[in-house]
Design a protein around this ligand. Structure first.
Ligand code: ATP
Length: 555
């Protein structure tokens, strides 16, 4: 995608019709800025001519110019700047919401294939840069262009030959700046890639902190971080030097511009009898003109390097969602309610074939299985056979290559992801606890649950006693990923959350593996007591767990 297309796409997706307002505000600011520069130059010119002719300032139109300057420079510009900022912030927020929303809609396969660090970099660095396109970059590119256009007309009116000479100089310096565009773009890409690597290293370090300390992995991890950091630093250095070169060129052209102005100005006043006031006015406008002309050479390349990140954000947003199933069909939802009231819940896998993306072999090949209502099944089989995968297929985390899956006799592709997951309470091998209170963690099973319902669910999950024993009871923060709790405590909170959900199908994926025998027995007893109208699938290795199930099912 070329830069223009990226920009067009960004505007279409994140601004829509509001783009008209946004661009009108920038154009307004640029025009007001340009006009105020011209007005100030007129004031200087009038003062100079009056001084040279020893005239009276009162006889001039000085006050009119001063009032107009105040209106354009202070009132109009400030007003437009405030409106512009609001619009830019709205666009940035819209972009961040879209990216975050996208992250929640992606398939599990996406997360399997993307490193958390790389993903974090996308969510933060690339999105910040992309929202910066609207936050500052477009304004910085457009304002100088508008200023240059507004200034060039009075400059030619005031003194055509000097203006023509200065313009040629400005064009040469701008061309040189443009030569630097591809260089800056190249290093911006490299820095962005290096930042991804840094994020990956930091995520590895944070998530694998225990393992890093257990094995002597400090050096390996810090080497990988240092390499990424060094690479980033190296590219930033080259980018910095290129920018310094551009600044040096700008300074050189400043100096040459002043000399050209002096030479042409002397010729203009001595040979053609031009007014000194006009020349001083011209030089006053030229200061702003030249500055903005060179800014075009700085900000246009810089915009294109920010657009590199914006393109990545667009690609990310275009990643397909996990919604390969029908979403929330109203009539389907009614069907589900009817079937729930019948209290008969079955799960059937019919001739499914599945293998994870990127792997040559399939885990299931035309595989069929049927699970009946009111029963509990212990899913057994050697490690790696595919027990967890089978339940994840049921949850719609992955899509089978062939075959169909039914809940209560309805194909899950017709039910829709939301409805399928609504019918299932799933407790994974390593349950995730959010960084909020224990009570709020349990409440995630049913967002409108009363405190009483939460306590009851915790009692059934054998968690009430230990939670009540904590200094802050149910208000105790679970910590990041539940790290203030033991493995068994985390499991019991996750079980309470699943019990609270009161779904017709419950999946335990080794959900009691970290519990002592007594607690496990207690939980199994309470869970089995509610199973009359439920279907329970338990993935288990422990004989004690397998024994509590009605049927042993070899996957
Ligand atoms: N996200 C994934 N991406 C690629 N391969 C995966 C993924 N998850 C699991 N696998 C592979 O699929 C196979 C089945 O894994 P699964 O976790 O379903 O087995 P399991 O029977 O539950 O094993 P265990 O009893 O050890 O928990 C394994 O070979 C595993 O390496």
């Amino acid at each position: 995608m070329n830069n223009f297309k990226i920009l067009k796409e960004l505007i279409k997706r994140f601004q829509g019709v509001r783009a008209v307002l946004y661009f009108a505000e920038i154009i307004g600011m640029g025009v007001a800025d340009g006009i105020s520069v011209v007005l100030v130059s007129r004031i200087i010119g009038i003062i100079t001519d009056t001084a040279v002719s020893k005239g009276n300032l009162r006889d001039t139109q000085l006050v009119k110019y001063i009032i107009l300057t105040i209106i354009f420079k202070i009132i109009i510009q400030t007003l437009l700047a405030v409106l512009y900022n609001d619009e830019a912030k709205r666009t940035g927020a819209n972009m961040r919401n879209t990216v975050y929303g996208k992250a929640l809609s992606l398939s599990m396969e996406f997360y399997d294939n993307h490193h958390t660090g790389e993903f974090m970099s996308k969510l933060t660095y690339d999105t910040n840069m992309a929202s910066g396109v609207f936050g500052s970059r477009i304004r910085r590119v457009m304002m100088p262009v508008i200023m240059v256009i507004v200034c060039i007309i009075p400059m030619f009116v005031l003194c055509p030959p000097v203006t023509a000479g200065l313009l040629v100089l400005c064009i040469i310096s701008l061309t040189l700046n443009f030569v630097m565009i591809p260089v800056l773009e190249k290093y911006s890409r490299k820095i962005s890639d290096a930042n991804k690597e840094i994020s990956k290293s930091v995520t590895n370090m944070l998530q694998g902190m225990e393992t890093i300390r257990m094995f002597p992995l400090k050096k390996v991890i810090s080497d990988s971080y240092n390499n990424a950091n060094e690479n980033c630093g190296k590219n930033m250095k080259i980018q910095g030097r290129t920018e310094a070169l551009i600044s040096a060129l700008r300074a050189a052209f400043d100096l040459i511009g002043a000399l050209v102005f002096l030479a042409l100005g002397i010729l203009y006043t001595t040979k053609t009898g031009g007014k000194l006031g006009n020349l001083i006015s011209l030089y006053s406008i030229y200061g702003a003109f030249q500055y903005n002309f060179l800014l075009m050479g700085v900000y246009i390349p810089s915009l294109s390097s920010w657009l590199v990140n914006a393109q990545r954000v667009l690609e990310f947003i275009d990643t397909p969602n996990e919604n390969f199933y029908v979403e929330n069909k109203e009539n389907t939802k009614n069907n589900i309610c009817q079937k729930n009231s019948e209290a008969y819940h079955t799960v059937e896998f019919k001739n499914i074939t599945f293998g994870y993306a990127g792997k040559n072999t399939n885990i299931f090949e035309a595989y069929s299985a049927f699970f009946d209502s009111g029963k509990s099944y212990a899913l057994v089989g050697e490690s790696g056979r595919g027990k967890s995968t089978l339940t994840k297929l049921l949850l719609g985390f992955y899509q089978p290559k062939k075959g169909r899956i039914f809940i209560d006799g309805t194909d899950i592709t017709e039910l829709g992801l939301v409805n399928v997951r609504d019918k299932i309470a799933y407790i994974p091998q390593e349950p995730y606890l959010f960084n909020c209170s224990i009570k709020e963690n349990i409440r995630m099973g049913k967002l409108n649950a009363s405190d009483e319902e939460i306590y009851n669910a915790a009692k059934q999950a054998g968690a009430h006693d230990f939670i009540s024993g904590l200094e802050n009871g149910y208000e105790t923060p679970a910590g990041e990923r539940g790290n203030t709790l033991s493995g068994g405590q985390k499991q019991r909170i996750a079980i309470a959350r699943a019990i609270l959900k009161d779904a017709p199908v419950i999946i335990f994926d080794e959900a009691t593996s970290a519990l002592d025998n007594e607690t496990e027995k207690y939980i199994n007893k309470t869970v089995m007591s509610v199973k009359k109208d439920k279907l329970i699938l338990m993935i288990a290795h422990r004989p004690s767990t397998i024994e509590t199930a009605d049927c042993r099912f070899e996957v």
